[in-house]
Design a protein around this ligand. Structure first.
Ligand code: ZN
Length: 478
């Protein structure tokens, strides 16, 4: 698949033309194939799936410390699904139903999970008996289905979400469940730090919380076009679902009490953010830790090919023995075509080795951001690892600067209207639902919610004029 394709055929639009760049890059870098004949359902190319695997390994590593991984069925019986009134209201228009087994209508319709609360919580009722069973923390990485009526977009808005990591927890008290929400936000923050992706953390306004939650905290990434992408959420469910599903535990005094719950999720939108935040006009740029191929070695052949190839293979063996994911590109194309292909795929480091380098006992090391130097052949492993980590820092810094450029504190609705055309506005908000709805209508953008940073100095709410230190981010959202 990879080698039959002539890389010169791929024409990546400039990143400033973000939407076209994004779609073309998913294809050219072989992340996602959108040609599957069901709208909103896409196929991972093997290279894309390798990237997904290394990214999800980080989430697993962060959760496995104190969560159990598990797996629940895809199908949810109608009566369980319909139990929690608010939850249903939030999802009913998006549910796919299985109504037949073969040619016979089913007695009980089965929902394809749009999310798994209603699959997991009836089992929590059976699993949880006493305070000794708490806290209970499980997660699964599975696919979910939502009948999206909005415009679908690969990795961003899908009818099959292929890689939904959802965690569900149960605790003795509301405070413990609320503390778990903070733990979840911190783990997600660590996850995105390791991907060198900066993000905003906000408490969603009450009208935009998860259906059935007391409140929701969300992480948003600012995409290159200034719109935001919600890339993680954590919800405090309190006892809302426990009441519905009868999830109780016996406390130390022998009393039956309802559990308090939280749930939190991340989907393949994290890959969309990774691609969009770091990529450039030449393709992907992948952080060292998650790149499926970390180093590509390109032989620069003049005259006799054999000794160069042999030297490249020796280099590959040495790097591989050090635990680095490395590949020699031995194809017959010109080096330029090889550079192009591996740059498109975001390989963090390219090594070039030709007769002149061999004579000098050196290897040329080129980082994906363009930094280039010759290093002694002897110290190559250390140099490669050093440059890999340096690239991570460069990416994090650049991404942080870009995020900050996209946020502006504004005082008036007019300024907010202007700002959300290209980025995120922070604007005062007294916190009232009425003012919130009016702000959204007038600005023509969504409220992401109260930033978790320092409050502002007191000033007037732009709608009701009440003095407030409260504020909200506003943006056009994906
Ligand atoms: Zn107000």
């Amino acid at each position: 698949m990879t080698d039959s394709k002539d890389p010169r055929e791929a024409k990546l639009p400039e990143k400033s033309n973000f939407s076209e760049w994004y779609h073309e890059l998913l294809k050219s870098a072989e992340i996602i194939d959108v040609r599957y004949p069901v709208k909103g359902m896409c196929v991972w190319y093997p290279f894309g799936f390798a990237l997904r695997r290394s990214v999800y390994n980080i989430i697993k590593e962060l959760l496995d410390v104190d969560h159990y991984e598990t797996q629940f069925p895809l199908l949810i019986p109608e009566q369980e699904f319909m139990k929690e009134a608010e939850h249903i209201k939030g999802f009913e228009d998006e549910v796919y139903w299985v109504t037949h087994g073969g040619t016979s209508p089913l007695d009980v319709k089965l929902a394809l999970r749009p999310t798994s609360e209603t699959a997991i919580y009836p089992m929590f009722k059976l699993w949880i008996r006493s305070h000794a069973d708490l806290p209970l923390r499980v997660y699964q990485i599975i696919n979910t289905f939502r009948y999206e009526t909005k415009h679908t977009r690969p990795l961003i808005r899908l009818r099959e979400i292929t890689s939904f990591k959802e965690a569900h927890t149960a605790h003795a008290t509301w405070d413990e469940a609320a503390a778990q929400v903070e733990v979840a936000v911190e783990r997600y923050a660590e996850f995105y730090r390791r991907l060198a992706i900066p993000f905003l953390t906000c408490k969603r306004p009450s009208w935009d919380k998860f259906p059935g939650a007391d409140y929701s905290i969300a992480l948003d990434v600012i995409m290159p076009d200034g719109r935001t992408l919600q890339v993680g959420t954590a919800h405090l469910l309190g006892t809302n679902f426990a009441k519905t599903y009868g999830i109780t535990y016996e406390d130390a005094e022998g009393e039956q009490r309802l559990v308090n719950q939280s749930c939190y999720g991340i989907s393949e939108r994290c890959i969309a953010a990774l691609i969009s935040v770091h990529g450039d006009d030449r393709g992907l740029i992948l952080p060292w830790e998650v790149a499926p191929i970390q180093v590509v070695i390109v032989p620069i052949v003049f005259g006799d090919k054999a000794p160069i190839i042999e030297a490249c293979r020796a280099l590959e063996r040495e790097l591989s023995a050090a635990g680095i994911r490395v590949k020699v590109d031995e194809g017959d194309e010109r080096p330029g075509a090889k550079f192009y292909r591996w740059e498109m795929r975001g390989v963090p480091i390219r090594l070039e080795l030709g007769p002149r380098d061999m004579a000098k006992g050196q290897v040329v090391i080129v980082r994906r951001d363009g930094a280039k130097r010759a290093v002694p052949r002897d110290g190559i492993v250390e140099a490669v690892i050093e440059e890999g980590h340096a690239l991570q820092e460069v990416l994090a810094k650049k991404a942080r600067a870009s995020m900050e450029e996209h946020i502006r504190l504004v005082q008036t609705v007019e300024e907010a209207i202007e700002q959300v055309k290209t980025g995120v506005a922070r604007i005062r908000w007294c916190g009232s639902v009425d003012c919130g709805h009016q702000l959204e209508d007038l600005v023509g953008a969504n409220m992401l919610g109260e930033p978790r940073e320092e409050p502002l100095l007191p000033g007037p709410c732009p709608i009701c004029n009440a003095s407030t230190t409260g504020s909200t981010y506003m943006a056009r959202q994906y």
